[in-house]
Ligand binder design. Structure first.
Ligand SMILES: Cc1cc2nc3c(=O)[nH]c(=O)nc-3n(C[C@H](O)[C@H](O)[C@H](O)COP(=O)(O)OP(=O)(O)OC[C@H]3O[C@@H](n4cnc5c(N)ncnc54)[C@H](O)[C@@H]3O)c2cc1C
Ligand SMILES: Cc1cc2nc3c(=O)[nH]c(=O)nc-3n(C[C@H](O)[C@H](O)[C@H](O)COP(=O)(O)O)c2cc1C
Length: 757
């Protein structure tokens, strides 16, 4: 094959090496616009897991690369004068220039035609190549030229960062944070040889401008940062190499090849530097592309297989990288945290490392976090429980653990009356160990229902029907139970979920009311815009239902202000188009929901807590923003709300949510810190490692799980067993299934030790 590689970075060079190694008959030319030693940046980091791939692909370059590695095991997080160390991570670093020199030498040895100072702007200049590899980096010219085919997406990060070096060696992956009169600065530093370290400084745009760094050249930048980080640098200078302040560019491509041109490395996609994977990804792309070319029957099939494999993998990694980017870009929101929690939040920022993995890597560190968290929750027992098994108190209500069974409509009531289904459904989840159950959206009036099967609290017989469920939960489990009160608004009068979610009833429907006459779907019924009399009636319905919920014995009341239902419809500008005092800015839009909340709080017993469920954002341009939701949460707190149950979306039928593991957790964190109110995190949370991380990092106080409870009512008991936690709420009837304590299972201890090794 005749191959032209554009770009002599790690990706391009490594691909050329692997191809030539696989078949010396390939004619390969690499064009690099720079000279061999003329490279940007300092050191790059690999995790030990990456190295196995490199060893297998080319043992020769692997040997040279690893000979000069700086290796370390720990992450040190310096915050407010303390250093928190977490071990067992296994990193190695190498100077970027050294890595390139090794790859250049290996490429030359294999007879690859390396052309330096050769910039290719036009692929036609590549002559009659069978394959053209665009390994020309984040600003790829080829990708731009064929943007119509590759369909790139380029998102600019919000923070400014500069890639510097220093002569101070660090013995761990080191993070420093500093606040001064201009703002907050974050440093990511790591050693890459005995005398040099990378020193990346990041800050938000406001800080950058206030510090005058927008007008600073390299020299001024270094002078300023040497002053800010005087203590951390310990007399060592900062070093520059084309060190400009830039915004990180997250690159994606819908297609990775076009004809015989294929994207590789940063040209194809980037991953934020805080997860240190860009070089690894570029080199792994090279491994994959070479393999596909070797194994697939033709060029088209090989490129298609390469795209399928690498795109899938990259999207997952990129998701974690984006979470990490967003975490660092909003780092200053966490400046009030104690060092232990700040450090832990940083370690678990992108869910890549759950609580269990951190503990496996460094048992002592994991135990210390558990102990710290437990002490904060008033638990002094040794060993400390995992965070999810610490109690949580709201007013006079104490929950035995931090797991909530999230409200889930069962569409199985008759004229609002709940029955055996609800008893067994909620009863099973109570027995299964959750600390709190929040019963499904229960409507305050018959015309406030979503569907004819929805539960209600508006007829006298609803009270004893619910009381039967509440009494079972109180009598047979340690769980507490709350009720979610709601009114469907413009999303009412629809079929039960399994007959057509959000589809209008064909027969037996009822008229709808809402903030404005805006239908949910184009084909949904148009609601009447509420007048004052409608508002009064709805408010009275909420108040009456709250009294009935107390009579039924519920421990907590949650007011539903999320998911586009009536009260949420007032909050979102997408559904609230009013021009009176209930429409316009968020202060007006929250007026009616707050009025309802205050009226309910007045009749709901002071000893019992109240929650509100909010959709933090609408996932649609022009929708409710997180800042507005923080303002609503603040107002609710003042009105006596104890906790915000933080969901998102379902306001607009054409929303585009970014679904991912734990995707709503950052909203729970923003509201918790921004409004100073406890939060419940919910949404795609399914593992105990994630739950412990969410709680211990301070992102939320409770974790609610909906779908995981549908296939496993005993989620909490199972999590206790898996973590060898013996104080879980096992019902005596099920005690025979409770696992034995660890000391009675020596093989388990041996197994854990083996895995740690
Ligand atoms: C601040 C920062 C820190 C980072 N830290 C790490 C880390 O710790 N670990 C890690 O793995 N990764 C890290 N990275 C990412 C890493 O640098 C890149 O992901 C990696 O270099 C990608 O390799 P590549 O071969 O695709 O592209 P590049 O390394 O960018 O190479 C592209 C090459 O193409 C050349 N070129 C461009 N256009 C043309 C043209 N038209 N003609 C000829 N030549 C051209 C360029 O000169 C360049 O040499 C970091 C990145 C940044 C910004
Ligand atoms: C069958 C079902 C019914 C639901 N009903 C309600 C409800 O009544 N009230 C509510 O606020 N959310 C409801 N939700 C949303 C969940 O409470 C939860 O926020 C969502 O499913 C995300 O959590 P998960 O990823 O753990 O499922 C429902 C979800 C499901 C799957």
């Amino acid at each position: 094959m005749k191959i032209t590689v554009i770009g002599g970075g790690p990706g391009g060079l490594y691909f050329a090496i692997l191809m030539r190694r696989a078949d010396p008959r390939h004619e390969i030319t690499v064009h690099e616009r720079n000279a061999p030693d003329d490279t940007f940046g300092w050191g790059v980091v690999f995790s030990e897991a990456t190295l196995d791939n490199l060893e297998e692909a080319d043992a020769e370059s692997f040997r040279s690369i690893t000979e000069t590695f700086a290796k370390w095991d720990a992450v040190d997080i310096h915050f407010k004068g303390e250093v928190i160390r977490s071990g067992g991570h296994g990193f190695c670093g190498i100077e970027r220039k050294r890595l390139l020199n090794i790859l250049q030498a290996r490429a030359a040895e294999l007879g690859i035609d390396l052309r330096y100072r050769s910039e290719i702007a036009d692929p036609d200049a590549c002559g009659d190549s069978d394959l053209i590899v665009a390994a020309d980096g984040v600003n790829s010219l080829l990708r731009t030229r064929y943007a119509d085919d590759f369909r790139p997406g380029i998102r600019l990060g919000e923070a400014k960062f500069v890639w510097l070096g220093t002569t101070r060696p660090f013995e761990a992956f080191t993070f420093f944070s500093r606040e001064n009169e201009h703002g907050f600065f974050q440093v990511h530093a790591y050693q890459y040889d005995a005398e040099r370290s990378t020193f990346i400084v990041e800050c938000d745009e406001e800080t950058w401008r206030k510090a005058g760094l927008d007008r600073a050249g390299e020299r001024e930048t270094v002078a300023y940062l040497e002053e800010v980080f005087r203590e951390e640098l310990q007399g060592h200078p900062l070093l520059t190499n084309k060190s400009e302040w830039i915004n990180f560019r997250t690159v994606t491509n819908e297609h990775w090849y076009r004809g015989n041109i294929v994207l590789l490395g940063d040209a194809a996609r980037t991953a934020h530097f805080s997860i240190g994977s860009g070089t690894k990804l570029a080199m792994e792309d090279a491994i994959c592309l070479e393999l596909c070319l070797r194994e697939q029957p033709g060029l088209e099939a090989a490129l298609a297989a390469y795209e399928a494999e690498r795109k899938w993998y990259s999207e997952r990694l990129q998701q974690m990288a984006e979470e990490s980017r967003r975490w660092f870009e909003t780092v200053k929101l966490r400046r009030h945290l104690e060092p232990e929690q700040f450090a832990y939040a940083m370690m678990t920022r992108n869910k890549r490392l759950g609580h269990d993995q951190l503990r496996l890597r460094d048992e002592e560190y994991g135990a210390r976090v558990d102990r710290w968290f437990a002490r904060k929750a008033g638990v002094t027992a040794e060993p400390a429980p995992p965070p999810m098994f610490t109690p949580f108190r709201l007013r006079d209500l104490t929950l035995a653990n931090r797991i909530v069974c999230s409200p889930m409509c069962m569409y199985s009531a008759e004229d609002g009356t709940v029955n055996d289904w609800h008893l067994v459904h909620l009863g099973a989840r109570a027995v299964g160990g959750a600390g709190l159950l929040i019963a499904e959206m229960t409507d305050v009036s018959a015309d406030g229902r979503i569907s004819p099967g929805c539960a209600g609290m508006y007829r006298p017989e609803h009270v004893p029907a619910w009381k039967r469920v509440v009494d079972f939960v109180h009598g047979w489990s340690r769980a507490k139970i709350g009720l979610q009160l709601g009114h469907a608004g413009r999303k009412g009068s629809t079929k039960v979920m399994w007959e057509g979610h959000d589809q209008p009833l064909e027969r037996g429907g009822w008229p709808l009311i809402a903030a404005s006459a805006v239908p949910y779907h184009a084909h949904s019924a148009v609601p009447k815009a509420m007048d004052r009399a409608d508002m009064e009636r709805v408010k009275e319905d909420f108040v009456r239902s709250a009294r009935m919920a107390d009579e039924a014995g519920f421990d907590l009341l949650e007011v539903h202000m999320a998911h586009g239902y009536l009260l949420a419809g007032f909050l979102s500008p997408l559904s609230n188009r009013r021009t009176d005092e209930f429409g316009g800015p968020i202060g007006n839009r929250m007026r009616f929901p707050l009025e309802v909340f205050r009226a309910v709080r007045e009749v709901w017993p002071a000893a019992k807590p109240m929650a509100v469920r909010l959709s933090a954002i609408d996932w649609k341009e022009g929708g409710q923003t997180i800042e507005e939701s923080i303002a609503v949460a603040r107002a609710l707190k003042e009105a006596g709300c104890d906790i915000i149950d933080v969901s998102s979306g379902h306001t607009a039928s054409d929303e585009t949510p970014e679904l991912a593991r734990c995707y709503q957790v950052p909203f729970a964190e923003r509201i918790r810190f921004g409004a100073g109110i406890p939060t419940i995190a919910v949404g795609a949370i399914s593992r105990h490692g994630e739950i412990n991380a969410i709680l211990a990092s301070g992102a939320a106080d409770l974790c609610a799980l909906a779908r995981p409870h549908l296939f496993d009512p005993h989620f909490t008991l199972r999590a206790a067993a898996e973590q060898q936690w013996h104080d879980a709420p096992w019902p005596p009837q099920y005690i025979a299934a409770k696992p034995l304590p660890r000391e009675k299972l020596p093989w388990l201890e041996r197994e854990r030790k083996k895995r740690r090794r």
